[in-house]
Design a protein around this ligand. Sequence first.
Ligand code: ARG
Length: 588
Amino acid sequence: MKTLLQELTVEVSAAFEKAGYKAELGRVNPSNRPDLCEYQCNGAMAGAKEYHKAPIMIANDVAGFLAESEIFSEVTAVPPGFLNMKIKPEFVSDYLKKAADSERYGVEAPEKPSTIIIDYGGPNVAKPLHVGHLRSAIIGESVKRICKYMGHNAIGDIHLGDWGLQMGLIIHELSVRKPELCYFDPAFDGEYPEEAPFTISELEEIYPAASAKSKEDEAYKAAAMDATYRLQHGDKGCLALWKHIMNVSVADLKRNYSNLNVDFELWKGESDADPYIPAMVERLKSEGFVYESEGALVVDVKEETDQKEIPPCMILKSDGASLYTTTDLATLVQRQEDYAPDRVIYVVDKRQELHFDQVFRAAKKTGIVPVETDLKFIGFGTMNGKDGKPFKTREGGVMRLEYLISDINEKMYEKMRENRSETPEDEARQTAKTVGLAAIKYGDLSNQATKDYIFDPERFTSFEGDTGPYILYTIVRIKSILAKYAEVGSLEGLSVQPASNDLEKELQKMLAGFNAMMSGAYDELAPHRICAYIYDTANAFNRFYHETRILTEENEEVKKGWIALLQYTRDVLEVCIDILGFSAPDRM
Ligand code: ARG
């Protein structure tokens, strides 16, 4: 269905035509002067030159044809040539009724759904998740949900870092610690054990230890690189250990991501792209896309219009080893074969922009993906502490994601205990988790993704202001009014009525703007647009609520209309927070 503004534009355009002017002049926008009117059209000014007329004359002509309009309650032509308009309350409430009957509150399905792969998360196996992975998970999940809501076939792929040097480091460190393990015995030809020779906590200790040693000890590093090489070239023992590392680590990752309400359709990784590398490299060679530069194999990707130097994209290192660019290209080969996606969206730290520039250009130039495929990089900024520097633990170390989440949950729990000490312990803990997640996600998503932002636990967990808890609090308030009403009346079959006052009308107009907001959020792949929308909607609701005695209203019809409006507001807010990746409790 058309957006509210489109409906208004159709009406005003028709009036321009009837008055003898071209329809395109009838574009309607929300007013810049809400004190004077709700909507305005500046077409008369734009048409003055063409029609050799003073704008006010044109505006007057058009206003004449809008006097009988079903949509507008007031249309005035104001010097020098504005058309100022107010809409009828019936028009807004009818619009909401139509939207409520449609499948997704007035959001139209695309003519042809796109297949969209969203590459996000990107954790590295065997390394603990840290705050750097938080943004990719939060933003990526929301971008994926936006695509799905808009009717596309959206596929989230975690793209594990599971094939690089960190694997060799772990394997080598294990061989130092437990040389007796069968995996290191070249003569071993039995079945490898099913049980991993380590737990997740051991694994998490092994990697940093190995990484530290490799920085100090050249021989150690060489041995780790050799283990990586053996793994990538089919050594049985290395592969068996690798599988153990994967199993233990992926189970842990699944637990962590599910705590974040983040889930992936695909759990593929760099290792899955590996088998595609040889044929890809062969083709690039035989079709003459690559050349040798200082022993390495590269593709030129610079373009004439470049403002800055874009170095060639490296395909193989001089020792024949593959690199980050190689796996990303091979992953595109694989994705093309499996899904032929219309779009691939990468949600990764913005410091990796050059890498993706090179990969995208090389992929198009060499025909790995068709030229029309939209390869999109959403580079996010850094999450900083209050000091404006990248977020760290109090001791200055990298903050593990689990600790950050439990800190916020604890804070939330304490705050809620202050307000409601009688809630049973279990429920209080559960609610603190739900609200804590909203605090973290909203705190992140309400900023434009590309910008750095300050992670401020105090502000994020506040029930006031532009925060997740404020939004949830508003939803819970609505739910509690509805529950009270349900004790005396039925919640079934109610519908929104024409607004009886300005605050109610403002709220109805906000709700009618949902579909337009969603297409904007999809066009820009911008969850922050949804945050801004629900903040404004929650504010519009709270202003209405504070001025209206809903449950004690004597006119039953008016009261029912308000209850329907509350249901609508709750539903739209809940749809929005679900797209942002969190949910609301029933009480808090
Ligand atoms: N594992 C990478 C990292 O930690 C992120 C992967 C992003 N996705 C990709 N297709 N390169 O930096």
